[in-house]
Design a binder for this molecule. Structure first.
Ligand code: ADP
Ligand code: MG
Length: 621
């Protein structure tokens, strides 16, 4: 028998690779605009037609390409931006993979015109499905223009997979925002057909944010507070929303070294600083720009992922948290108190990164959870940003950042806040040595157990929610979630807008076990549901998810997975008021402390607290 393994032709290999890089018109736009920025353009013009299905055109006045480079640019792994693996760790450009143009040319009809500023003539190339149809010398402006037509013309399955025009357009705008908000010195214009949606002149950051999100009446600038800090580890500049402008759907952006990123952990640092300042259902806007040594971050190698790993994550978390609190404190405390930089936590220029210690936790010795008359002290602004007055009742502020020990416990406010302060660190409780079969349940809500250092009190519902959340999330991510077919499909009436929101999360819902059959304009038919849920819980889950998307605009797979896992966990967790057996209590304790985060529920509520042995003794002295 003859051999059966052969190499795939380039056109097929590129088309497969394109599946990763080019998922929808928005991916094309992102890649082309990033290339324009990498080419040093000072002005970029974008035109889309039919939500990018029929045309995405990007013109720049950047450096252009030589005739050979123009042809090379479409080869897979062809890049001018890195030479070897070491360069990956010192990236200063947006692109580096060298696969965007090859991927686009594999699944669309592409025309490119380019000329270097010093050349008299430029070159035009036409390429479609990886085949070059034309290459000729032309007269054209200096810079580069791409016309990407009929995306997925040769991949009908992918074309069908595209969502409605509104959804695809909103993806395009998301990418556009992420790019223009971090490149204020570049002029952008954006046309949807003949209609100019944006004209953004070169500006500073604040003016750019205003140009994108503000309106004649509503200047976004007035809603923002400046933040700024700089030290050997990180420079942070940007803007955070004043608490009174918090709303359900907020604009939340992080950028690092000129690149958009998602960072749930830093997000937490910002939102925790707003604790007690805004309604729990509201969200603060923020536009925060980090600059770090490129060697200390790991840009996601995956072409479409925006998560970025920081080497000094905990220290930066603390610095960010202190900076945001400082800005909020300055803004809110009565003007009679004279705030200035001198009062700010001193962030040293030369941090000893090796010995960075996580923030410390303190306790309020007066706190007694069994005493229901204990009232959380009314929130006091002066304590948010400590160092002005020592509060004798509460542990003194420990506002020190020293070279070998970053300890960022600012003025402690309430016990709950103190717990929250310790978020970056997984609270390590020494359960060893004690026999925790001696658990008891208090008020059918708390599990009380003894630990080495004292007494541990766990909220049963929150603990179980955390345990289930992590386990569901794992199922979802590993695609081991099970589905049950419904004998009688359920119907849901949705308005058109909500159907659009639904479309953005449909795939994620399917991956956790939902199935949907054909639907009419306003009727959704649910034919399968996750095996963990019953039909009515499934409907409310879908409703809740649509609410979430409507209110937060969040629709990335990871966020949806989190939301679904959390909703599932909430609806299936042991409730407050449920009587537990000894075995159930031990099981909860063991599983809780095996979780990756045993301190907080996914929505940031404390799961447990301790009363130390010495606190207890002091009550009997
Ligand atoms: P990458 O951006 O990862 O290098 P691409 O496939 O996006 O890979 O682009 C390949 C190469 O084509 C780039 O490295 C660059 O040299 C060149 N190129 C692409 N777009 C432009 C542009 N607008 N202006 C100048 N050169 C470009
Ligand atoms: Mg590129």
């Amino acid at each position: 028998m003859s051999d059966i393994i052969h190499l795939l032709p380039d056109s097929v290999a590129n088309q497969i690779a394109a599946g990763e890089v080019i998922q929808r018109p928005a991916s094309v736009l992102k890649e082309l605009v990033e290339n324009a920025i990498d080419a040093g353009a000072s002005a970029v013009q974008i035109v889309i037609k039919d939500a990018g299905r029929t045309l995405i055109q990007v013109s720049d006045n950047g450096k252009g390409m030589s005739e050979t480079d123009a042809r090379m640019a479409f080869e897979r792994h062809a890049t001018s931006k890195i030479k070897d693996a070491a360069d990956l760790f010192a990236l200063r450009t947006m692109g580096f993979r060298g696969e965007a143009l090859a991927s686009i040319a594999a699944v669309a009809q592409v025309e490119m015109r380019t000329r270097r500023h010093d050349d008299e003539l430029g070159v035009a190339i036409e390429i479609a499905g990886t085949r070059v149809f034309k290459q000729e010398t032309i007269h054209c402006e200096a810079g580069t223009t791409f016309f990407v037509k009929n995306l997925f013309f040769n991949v009908p399955a992918r074309r069908r997979f595209l969502k409605s025009d509104n959804v695809e357009k909103s993806h395009i705008l998301t990418e556009f925002h992420r790019i223009v908000l971090v490149n204020p010195d570049i002029e952008f214009s954006f046309y949807d057909g003949d209609e100019e949606l944006f004209h953004l002149p070169a500006a500073n950051l604040k003016m750019r944010i205003d140009a994108v999100f503000g309106s004649q009446k509503k200047k976004i600038q007035q809603q923002l507070l400046n933040i700024e800090t700089s030290n050997g580890l990180v420079n942070i500049i940007g803007f955070i929303g004043k608490p009174e402008f918090a709303q359900k759907s907020a604009q939340q952006y992080f950028f690092v070294n000129g690149r958009y990123m998602r960072h749930p952990y830093f997000h937490k640092a910002v939102t925790l600083a707003y604790n007690n300042l805004i309604q729990p259902s509201d969200n603060p806007s923020y536009f925060i720009y980090f600059e770090v040594d490129p060697q200390t971050i790991d840009i996601n190698i995956h072409p479409t992922k925006t998560e970025i790993k920081f080497e000094n994550e905990q220290a930066i978390w603390s610095i960010l948290s202190a900076t945001v609190k400082e800005a909020l404190g300055k803004f809110n405390v009565a003007p009679s108190i004279d705030f200035d930089r001198d009062d700010a936590p001193d962030i040293p220029v030369n941090l000893d990164i090796e010995n960075v210690k996580p923030p410390q936790t303190n306790f309020n010795p007066d706190y007694n959870p069994f005493n229901s008359s204990y009232k959380r002290p009314a929130f006091d602004w002066e304590k948010l940003y400590g160092g002005f007055e020592k509060d004798t009742k509460i542990a003194p502020p420990n506002n020190t950042y020293s070279a070998d020990n970053i300890s960022v416990t600012e003025s402690p406010v309430t016990v709950e806040q103190l717990w929250i302060e310790s978020e970056p660190e997984q609270q390590k409780l020494d359960l060893g040595g004690e026999n925790h079969s001696a658990n008891f349940q208090f008020k059918n809500r708390f599990i009380v157990t003894s630990i080495k250092s004292g007494m541990l009190i766990i909220d049963q519902n929150r603990a179980h929610t955390r345990i289930l959340f992590e386990s569901y999330l794992k199922d979802i991510e590993q695609h081991t979630a099970h589905s049950q077919q419904l004998l009688f499909p359920e119907e849901m009436e949705l308005n058109e807008q909500d159907l659009l929101h639904f479309e953005t999360i449909e795939d994620a819902l399917r991956s956790v076990g939902f199935n949907f059959s054909e639907r009419t304009k306003t009727l959704l038919i649910i034919s399968g549901i996750p095996s963990l849920l019953n039909a009515s819980a499934s409907k409310s889950l879908i409703n809740e998810m649509i609410d979430n998307v409507r209110n937060t605009g969040i629709n990335t797979a990871q966020n949806i997975y989190d939301m679904i896992a959390f909703s599932l966990a909430k609806s299936t967790a042991i409730k407050t008021g449920q009587l537990l057996t000894q075995e159930e209590m031990s099981d909860i304790i063991d599983r809780l402390f095996a979780c990756s985060n045993s301190n907080y529920t996914p929505d940031g509520k404390s799961i447990h607290t301790t009363i130390s042995h010495s606190e207890l003794l002091s009550k009997f002295s």
